[in-house]
Every structure is written in structure tokens, then in C-alpha cells.
Design a protein around this ligand. Structure first.
Ligand code: PLP
Length: 422
């Protein structure tokens, strides 16, 4: 359950194999690439898909293929960010991206995430405080990493206004767009950005298979040219064979068919997992059912020692992600993230059973009940001590039912925030 990854057993290997064979036989399948932005068959398919489903009116020339989102983040960083520049990042957030910004010499400034997504009031204050030093904001607005919470519509508009006002780039990482279960998926920030403020990055890692290493960037012409220039230093051709094969899968309708099937399957798994947690870990974890994403973000009761629970669960064969993996300063906290997509329903039930067993031996020692004062014991007249807390009391409740339009994880609790900068 460690990662929010697709179930490798559901990757359509036969279809992918067939598409690769077809691509290898194509005239240009094994040749040097003609187009530095990526094979036109894949770019055209992506342009069609992005226009039809994500409200992005783009053509093939507006898209560059990358080897996953991570490469896109790296290229955008190399193009835009230099030593001393400030990059504002969500906290908690995605450490792999933070490491890329830090490696370029950027100073990272965290902005809090709450149940409505990135806090745009705080963003406003940070931009004023940092006056002109901020170069970019990195955000995962659709299913925020790691909380999966969606940025609400008012904040979306505010974020774009602020970015324009302060002249900063918005690096929008939309890594798992297809996996939205309740209501309509929200459209990317990039779809409401006529000014070219947003650099939009997507991936097929969750949709098809992480091992394909196919991602893409949508950006204004001048930015794409810069990204191409930077990538040319290490690679001028991309992976033509894979790009054609994935283009074939799109053209044959296999990608969207697979997306529909997986959405149904993962929604079912989400529901089974959430129901089992609600039943067997009531009082141990609290959460709101996420409206999208491949993972569940939960708050752990104060009665449980999170690190001990994680260790015990690991020895039972269940791995989950601790708060430290995504907190800005790497500090532990009372949160846990469970990737539910890669397990079958039976495996999820077994995992919950083992998590409950592990939790039973991970309780924090409770303070001893205060001994009654002598006067009380003897029935004297001194005022009595306040009553001790109930033995297992103060437990966090589990939220049931479908998520609201904007998924509020943690039952309205704030996420661990940006206490310190680095
Ligand atoms: C926040 C975030 N962005 C992007 C990705 C996907 O990266 P890539 O496309 O390089 O596989 C992931 C995968 O876990 C992720 O969690």
C-alpha cells in the first residue's frame, strides 16, 4: 500500500505488446526521431484527448513529450529557476519535485494545504513578503499530493490572479487526472489561463503503466523551445518506438477504454477499503472519502504512536507512507497515506485486518489515572480533582459516505503545515 500506483496486474500487457509490434513495423518506428517534441501521432492523440476531456484547446504543436512528469519538472526547473530564486511549494507535498528545485539552487517556501487545497490567502501574503523573489509555484491542484484534496474553484481563480499579478510561473502537475470518482473531474488550471502563466505537466504513469515513461508538457511556444534546447543536451530524440505505440493505443480507443475500466475498478477498491477502515479502525484513523486519486490520506488518533504502528504493520507485510515522507521539514506527524489501487478487494480486507492487529499493539502508554486526594479518599471537604479522561476516549471518528464536491480530507482538520522554511 506504500505508493499510489496502478495495479501492475491490470496493466493491459497484451494490448501494449501488440501496439509495440505494430510500432516496430512502422516506417519510422526504429529510426531517429523527426520531431524533437515527440512523435506527431502521440502528440495529436494527446491534443485530442486534452481538448475533449480537460478543456485545453491545444494542438500537437503545443505539446512536448517527456519521459514522465519528473523529466518535465526537471526541464521546467532548468528553464526557469536559478540559484536563489524562490519556489513556493505545497506543504505537505511532493518531495521528488522539491529535490529538483533544491538541486537548481532554489529556496523553497511552503504554503499550507487545508481541506480546500492550497491556501491562497497565505500564498498572497508569501508573495508580498518575498517581493519579486518568487519565480514559480509548484502545485498538484486536482488530487493534491499527498492529501488528494481538490483545490476549490474560488481558490483556483485566486491562484491564477495572484500568479499573473506577481509574474510567477505556475508548474501544474496533473499526474492522475483520470482517476476522479465522484462528480465531474475539475478542469486543469491551464484550461483557465489565457495568459500562458501555467506550465501544464501530465503523465501516463498512472493511466497506463509507470514503466512506459511517457509524460508531456503543455506550455507557451517560447517555453517549449527552451525546454527542447535543454533536453537536447542529453537527448534529441525521445523514445520514438514507445511514442508510436502509445499513439496507436490512443487511436484504437484502448487508452480511454482502459481508463474507464480502471476508474470503475479503483472506485470499487476505494469504497471497499474505506468501508473496512471505518469498520475495523474506527477511533484509530479518521478520513474523508477522497473524490479522486489512488490513495487515502488519514489522520491517526493521538492514542496511537504512528511510527510504532508503521513498523508493526510492516512486519505484518503492510507498508504505508508516514507523514514524514511529505512534510516540508521531514518531521513525523499523525498522518498516514495508503495506496489502495494496487491491491484487490480481498487484499485490501486482509490489509485492514493486519493494520488493526498492528494498531492494537501500537497504543501510546496512557498516563496513570490520578490517585484521589487524601481528603477525597476520606470523604473530606476539599474540592475534588477533575475526572480522569475516559480509558480509550477522545477517539477520532471515521467520516462515512461519499466525498463532497471538494473532498475534505481529515474531517476538516488542517494538514501538517509549513512550520519552517528551508
Ligand atoms: C505528485 C506526482 N507527480 C508526478 C508523478 C508521476 O511521475 P512520472 O510521470 O515521472 O512517473 C507522481 C507519481 O507518483 C506523483 O506522485
Amino acid at each position: 500500500m506504500w505508493g499510489a500506483v496502478p495495479d501492475p496486474r491490470l496493466i493491459p500487457t497484451d494490448l501494449i505488446g501488440r501496439a509495440f509490434r505494430q510500432a516496430a513495423r512502422a516506417r519510422d518506428g526504429l529510426a531517429y526521431a523527426k520531431h524533437r517534441q515527440g512523435h506527431v501521432r502521440l502528440r495529436s492523440a494527446l491534443a485530442k484527448m486534452l481538448s475533449a476531456t480537460r478543456g485545453l484547446s491545444v494542438g500537437p504543436d503545443d505539446i512536448m513529450i517527456t519521459q514522465g512528469t519528473q523529466m518535465a519538472i526537471h526541464l521546467a526547473t532548468a528553464a526557469l529557476i536559478g540559484p536563489g530564486d524562490v519556489v513556493i511549494v505545497e506543504a505537505p507535498g511532493y518531495r521528488a519535485a522539491w529535490n529538483t528545485f533544491s538541486a537548481a539552487g532554489a529556496r523553497l517556501v511552503p504554503v499550507n494545504v487545508d481541506s480546500r487545497g492550497l491556501d491562497t490567502d497565505q500564498l498572497d501574503s508569501l508573495l508580498r513578503e518575498e517581493r519579486g523573489n518568487v519565480r514559480a509555484l509548484y502545485t498538484t491542484p486536482h488530487h493534491q499530493y499527498p492529501t488528494t484534496v481538490a483545490l476549490d474553484s474560488g481558490r483556483r481563480m485566486r491562484l491564477l490572479e495572484l500568479a499573473r499579478e506577481h509574474g510567477i510561473a505556475v508548474l501544474e502537475d496533473d499526474f492522475d487526472y483520470e482517476f476522479h470518482y465522484d462528480g465531474q473531474p475539475l478542469q486543469p488550471l491551464a484550461s483557465a489561463d489565457p495568459h500562458g502563466t501555467v506550465i501544464y505537466m501530465g503523465s501516463l504513469s498512472k493511466l497506463l503503466a509507470p514503466g512506459l515513461r511517457v509524460g508531456f508538457v503543455v506550455a507557451p511556444r517560447n517555453v517549449l523551445d527552451r525546454l527542447l534546447e535543454i533536453r537536447a543536451a542529453t537527448d534529441n530524440h525521445g523514445n520514438q518506438l514507445t511514442e508510436i505505440a502509445v499513439g496507436i493505443l490512443f487511436d484504437d480507443g484502448d487508452v480511454l477504454r482502459h481508463a474507464r475500466q480502471m476508474r470503475r475498478e479503483y472506485q470499487q477498491r476505494r469504497d471497499v477499503f474505506c468501508a473496512a477502515l471505518a469498520q475495523h479502525l474506527d477511533g484509530i484513523v479518521s478520513f474523508d472519502v477522497p473524490s479522486g486519486g489512488l490513495a487515502l490520506w488519514t489522520k491517526i488518533s493521538h492514542l496511537i504512536d504512528p511510527e510504532r504502528w508503521r513498523g508493526r504493520a510492516a512486519s505484518e507485510g503492510v507498508l504505508f507512507q508516514s507523514a514524514a515522507a511529505s512534510s516540508f521539514d521531514g518531521a513525523p506527524g499523525p498522518f498516514a497515506r495508503f495506496g489502495f489501487a494496487r491491491c484487490t478487494e480481498e487484499e485490501l480486507l486482509l490489509a485492514v485486518d493486519r493494520l488493526a492487529t498492528a494498531a492494537a499493539t501500537s497504543r501510546r502508554p496512557q498516563p496513570p489515572e490520578p490517585r484521589p486526594a487524601v481528603a477525597e479518599r476520606t470523604g473530606g471537604l476539599r474540592p475534588s480533582a477533575s475526572p480522569p479522561p475516559p480509558a480509550g476516549g477522545g477517539s477520532a471518528s471515521v467520516c462515512h459516505g461519499p466525498a463532497p464536491a471538494t473532498a475534505a480530507a481529515g474531517c476538516g482538520e488542517e494538514w501538517p503545515g509549513s512550520a519552517r522554511r528551508r
